[in-house]
Design a protein around this ligand. Structure first.
Ligand code: URA
Length: 304
């Protein structure tokens, strides 16, 4: 080991320089994932080789600014935020070592721990609201973040919006226990405000890992925050709804033989439907599209 320094990515990842260009990072991540799939997990970095040379050699154009999302506050500064080191990205997440989604979700929950990664931890949250439901679910619902009831009970969608979501699920001919329900952020934003962009960026990767572990056939994004975060598209609900998107969570193995990603549909958030019940018919159309794809039939009408 003269010319090469053997690194164990988990141990030294903090000291490794970062690569800012997302295209280069993605390309490197794909390459290392390929090696991981061949069973190679340890990597070597040539001592003294400046990591910037990787970027310089690829001649990739500078990454465009992300599209701004009007419902999330604009970034205050153009200083690029620190990205994870290459080796952090390339290190398989702990749940990738297990095949059972129950075990996988447990590992993700453990990784979140008593999280202090974003400011929400210090803004009155009682507990982390991880997610609930069937770890083998074909269908997953994703909201934006816990409210007061969810914060108190530690479970997503248990308040009034949750009751409506339960009715929507029932109308699809399935039960709440059949699906998996999670949010983009796991801690209650104070006063039920919309989660800030930095909070979504910090917590969202855990949602991506939940999705990659559950491997649902369909994901329903409830409302604009969840839809825009997952799709990274800035468009009004009227344009986001009414179609399926092919969705592969960030960091998931595109070459996974067991899962080629999910179909993602967008519908109105149940809290919005409580405020404007006239839109329920539109939401029902979205759910019918999902039912058709999953082969679900509405339950027979109960005798009066
Ligand atoms: N609204 C959400 O987006 N998520 C919840 O869990 C509850 C309300």
């Amino acid at each position: 080991m003269n010319d090469f320094v053997r690194v164990h990515s988990r141990i030294i990842s903090k000291s490794v320089p970062t690569i800012q260009n997302p295209d280069v990072r993605r390309a490197l991540a794909d390459r290392i994932r390929y090696y991981n799939e061949l069973g190679i997990y340890d990597f070597y970095r040539r001592e003294g080789a400046p990591i910037e040379t990787v970027e310089a050699a690829t001649e990739v154009a500078p990454a465009p600014e992300p599209i701004s999302q009007p419902e999330m506050p604009a970034k205050k500064s153009i200083t690029p935020k620190p990205v994870e080191s290459v080796l952090q990205i390339l290190t398989p997440n702990p749940e990738q070592s297990v095949t059972d989604p129950i075990a996988g979700l447990k590992l993700i929950r453990e990784d979140i721990g008593d999280c202090t990664r974003c400011k929400l931890h210090a803004q009155g949250r009682k507990q982390i609201v991880f997610g609930v439901g069937n770890p083998h679910a074909d269908l997953m619902f994703v909201g934006e973040g816990p409210g007061a009831d969810e914060d108190a009970q530690g479970e997503p969608f248990v308040g009034r919006a949750g009751q409506l979501l339960n009715n929507m699920i029932k109308a699809m001919g399935i039960r709440r226990e059949d699906v998996y329900i999670a949010n983009v952020v796991k801690c209650r934003p104070p006063g039920n405000r919309t989660p800030d962009r930095d909070e979504c960026d910090t917590c969202g990767p855990f949602l991506m890992r939940q999705i990659a572990t559950i491997k649902p056939k369909v994901i329903v994004a409830l409302g604009a925050v969840a839809a825009k975060y997952m799709l990274a598209i800035n468009a009004p609900m009227s344009e986001l709804r009414g179609r399926f998107y092919d969705f592969m969570p960030t960091g998931a193995r595109a070459s996974d033989p067991n899962w080629q990603g999910a179909k993602l549909a967008v519908t109105y958030h149940p809290a919005f439907l409580l405020r404007d019940p006239r839109q329920k018919g539109e939401a029902w159309k979205d759910l019918q599209m999902v039912m058709k794809y999953l082969g679900l039939k509405p339950p027979p009408k109960e005798p009066v």
